[in-house]
Design a protein around this ligand. Structure first.
Ligand code: PGA
Length: 242
């Protein structure tokens, strides 16, 4: 694990975007694994800016998103489909057919998860996977559990995740209770992983991820076993790591 400590969210976003940009320039046909949430918004802003300045070309880039709420319509402003369009896809020259997000409207969990897993592993899999981290150590929507989930699956969100995500909805009851997510095994197959964290409320999860035992109770701790992980975190998020 390579750990970069930066001073704040802006610096984290710039460094993360630089790593994604380097990947795009080095291999314009890369498959990027993408994340949603507050953490990557600044990173996507830099990528959009660099595209508009003519530095980046997304015309052959493929993307696979980590997760999507189950039972949410694409046009719902809280869907991850909507998020990705708003923060990245609508601002760069990526082809819509090259972008992939689990279909939250599909009720058949087994089929959708099996097909999404197959789609990810087709070709060379994910070259660079971007990750945020939940306050409970989740990655994607892999919540703390007794075992690590290998493949894409349907999860029931932890109460703490519902609490954390309710800020995006009118009321807590509106937060979907289930989601489709890449499994821990799916994430671990990525060639490179870029984990971002900002703010003191991520400090304990990040400490457990980097310094704690590898356990499904802190899903991100599995990253200790990956051969190519870069962590970019600000001082607040790294405040417990000495
Ligand atoms: P956040 O969520 O970026 O909104 O903090 C991260 C996560 O839950 O993975």
């Amino acid at each position: 694990m390579k750990i970069y400590k930066v001073s704040n969210y802006h610096e984290m976003s710039k460094k993360a975007a630089s790593i994604l940009a380097a990947q795009i320039v080095a291999d314009p046909k890369s498959t990027l694994g993408l994340a949603t949430g507050s953490t990557p918004i600044g990173t996507y802003e830099f990528l959009c800016k660099w595209y508009q300045e003519g530095i980046l070309d997304f015309s052959q880039i493929k993307t696979m998103n980590l997760d999507e709420y189950k039972g949410i319509k694409r046009e719902n402003s809280q869907s991850y489909y909507h998020f990705m369009k708003e923060h990245l896809f609508d601002h760069v020259n990526i082809k819509e057919e090259n972008t992939h997000i689990p279909d939250g409207e599909c009720e058949d969990a087994n089929t959708i998860c099996r097909e999404y897993e197959k789609l990810i592993q087709k070709g060379n899999g994910v070259d660079l996977q971007l990750l945020g981290i939940g306050r409970n150590g989740h990655i994607g929507f892999n919540e703390p559990a007794e075992t690590f989930a290998r493949e894409c699956h349907c999860v029931t969100l932890a109460q703490s995740t519902i609490e954390a995500n309710k800020r995006f909805f009118e009321k807590a009851e509106d937060v979907p209770r289930q989601a489709y997510t890449m499994g821990i095994g799916t994430i671990m197959k990525a060639e490179k992983i870029l984990l971002l964290a900002s703010g003191e409320d991520k400090a304990e999860a990040l400490y457990q991820t980097i310094c704690g035992p590898v356990t499904p109770k802190v899903p991100a701790s599995i990253l200790q076993f990956h051969k190519n992980v870069i962590v970019i975190a600000d001082e607040a998020a790294l405040s417990k790591v000495k």
